[in-house]
Design a protein around this ligand. Structure first.
Ligand SMILES: Cc1cc2nc3c(=O)[nH]c(=O)nc-3n(C[C@H](O)[C@H](O)[C@H](O)COP(=O)(O)O)c2cc1C
Length: 487
């Protein structure tokens, strides 16, 4: 059973700080682009420079705070779910939690309702909502917020992370699984928020919606992960409870029967009216492009409730973002092990930089010694089958030797440049079953795949020692860098 040292997001920020994984930014920062830019650069820099950022001095918003980059690296996720900071261990822990949901408990009073702003006084522009990307069409209030809806048939609550952009003082757009034509048939199975809205619309009814802003990190993780919300009651809350090892406390909304996490920093309650749509975006998205979507829903805000001195939490959506997408690599490794090639795997890495971390590109460090070993890996990759939101066949697979650091792009590219004779070591599949098509116009999941054998050790006649520094020497030299006055 997991044990976490926090109750809510505020406690978690304290835990991060104690562990050197969060810093206070006290210098003045602009909400327009600059805050998003700082968060983005922290993500790019990675390593010790990637820490949670609590912005405490936002120009034009005295006393208001925004936090970012708190679920972006292995060490942070480990503290969020009470496990060792090792990706495979974390992946196993998440898998166990999926199998053993813990039902939430309903409470009658909650800190997220400490202070209430009634509809007539609501002005979304009073909130410190960043203009994340320079090319965004507006301020995105929903990036890490748990967008909460209820299945009108079962009464089960669903939470998803869906992007929401402020339209005016009292409305925002909500993009759940793209745009939706008016009159579109609701897709029931497992399609969360959008199916609830379309089910209500089919009966001419409005849909109550609540944005839970500043949830604890287990809830944020659960809201963004694929969960069987049509099969398990309040599935995201039950999954988050299992991740934390204790039930999530939930409270009834002020204007509807929706149930929201009691320890959220802020709850924005609203309603989607049937047959209303708007064009939304552009918005910088995780594939690395600005996108815009037609026919998204409009939420009319009914009230805002919040903790005293609420902290806003949001993310800049891009290839590297504040969500543990590195778990995808552990997922792919697990699948390949299940397919019987565990003996060949040293490491598996799907870099976020290659398209948002959803396995468009896989680098495999392999203990391969013969062409037959490489053929086994290729066979397993070719047979990876689509699993919704889980592992799919990557568009690009590069196999390197087991002494390659798969996270070191320069080293991987060196091996591709010198270890590959294209007519012999590179193959391109026909179009079937490869992941994610954007921005190229091909049918969904019907891309072709490249398999690159960039190993040296399996190639006949290769006998050259590599002249790179040994790992020990590199660590020793790096450890002295500051002492040598070179930092
Ligand atoms: C950071 C982040 C942002 C996301 N933004 C969106 C979004 O704008 N629209 C969307 O449909 N899904 C988005 N997703 C994916 C959904 O949150 C995810 O698929 C979730 O499982 C949806 O739950 P549902 O099946 O209940 O709809 C996002 C995921 C993450 C991690």
């Amino acid at each position: 059973m997991a044990h976490v040292d926090y109750k809510d997001m505020r406690d978690y920020l304290g835990v991060l700080e104690e562990n050197g994984l969060l810093k206070h930014v006290t210098a003045p920062v602009d909400l327009d682009y600059e805050l998003g830019g700082i968060a983005a650069r922290g993500l790019d820099k990675g390593g010790d420079s990637l820490v949670g950022l609590l912005f405490e001095n936002i120009n034009g918003y005295p006393g208001k705070r925004v936090v970012a980059n708190i679920l972006a690296k292995t060490e942070q996720l480990a503290l969020a779910i009470g496990a060792e900071p090792d990706d495979m261990t974390l992946y196993e822990r998440i898998g166990e939690a999926r199998q053993s949901p813990i039902a939430p408990v309903q409470v009658s009073e909650a800190v997220c309702q400490e202070e209430v702003i009634a509809e007539e006084d609501v002005n979304l522009h009073d909130l410190p909502i960043p203009w994340w990307h320079e090319g965004d069409a507006g301020r995105y209030i929903g990036t890490t917020a748990g967008v909460t809806t209820m299945d009108p048939e079962t009464g089960y609550i669903n939470q998803g992370l869906y992007r929401c952009m402020i339209l005016d003082d009292k409305t925002f757009s909500l993009q759940a699984r793209g745009g939706h034509e008016i009159g579109e048939n609701p897709t029931k199975t497992g399609y969360g928020g959008q199916s609830h809205i379309l089910m209500n619309e089919a009966q001419g009814k409005p849909t109550p919606v609540a944005l839970a802003i500043g949830m604890d990190p287990a809830l944020t993780y659960a809201a963004g992960a694929f969960v069987h919300s049509d099969e398990i009651e309040h599935a995201e809350y039950a999954f988050a409870g299992a991740l934390k090892g204790e039930p999530i406390e939930i409270v009834k909304c002020l204007n509807s029967d929706l149930l929201v996490p009691a320890y959220s920093e802020m709850i924005i309650e609203g309603e989607i009216l049937p047959y209303e749509r708007i064009n939304e975006g552009p918005h910088g998205e995780h594939q690395g492009f600005y996108t815009a979507v037609d026919n998204v829903f409009i939420v009319h805000v009914k009230s805002i409730s919040h903790r005293t001195d609420a902290i806003h939490y949001g993310l800049i959506c891009r290839q590297q973002e504040d969500y543990p997408k590195f778990m995808y690599s552990a997922g792919m490794r697990t699948r390949l092990e299940q397919m019987g090639i565990g003996d060949l795997l040293e490491d598996v890495w799907c870099p976020d930089s290659t398209g948002g971390g959803f396995g468009v590109f896989a680098i495999i460090a392999a203990k391969a010694r013969t062409p037959a070993d490489v053929a086994r890996i290729k066979d397993a990759i070719t047979n990876l089958k689509e699993e919704r939101y889980l592992v799919r066949r990557p568009r690009w697979t590069i196999v390197v030797d087991d002494d390659c650091d798969v996270r070191d792009w320069a080293e991987v590219m060196w091996r591709v440049a010198l270890g590959v004779m294209p007519d012999a070591h590179l193959s391109i599949s026909e179009r079937n079953n490869a992941i994610w098509h954007e921005p190229l116009e091909v049918e969904f999941d019907a891309g072709s795949c490249v398999f690159v054998d960039a190993t040296f050790k399996t190639k006949a006649g290769f006998d050259r020692p590599i002249n790179a520094l040994s790992r020990d020497l590199k660590a020793r030299v790096d450890g002295r860098w500051r002492e040598l006055g070179l930092d």
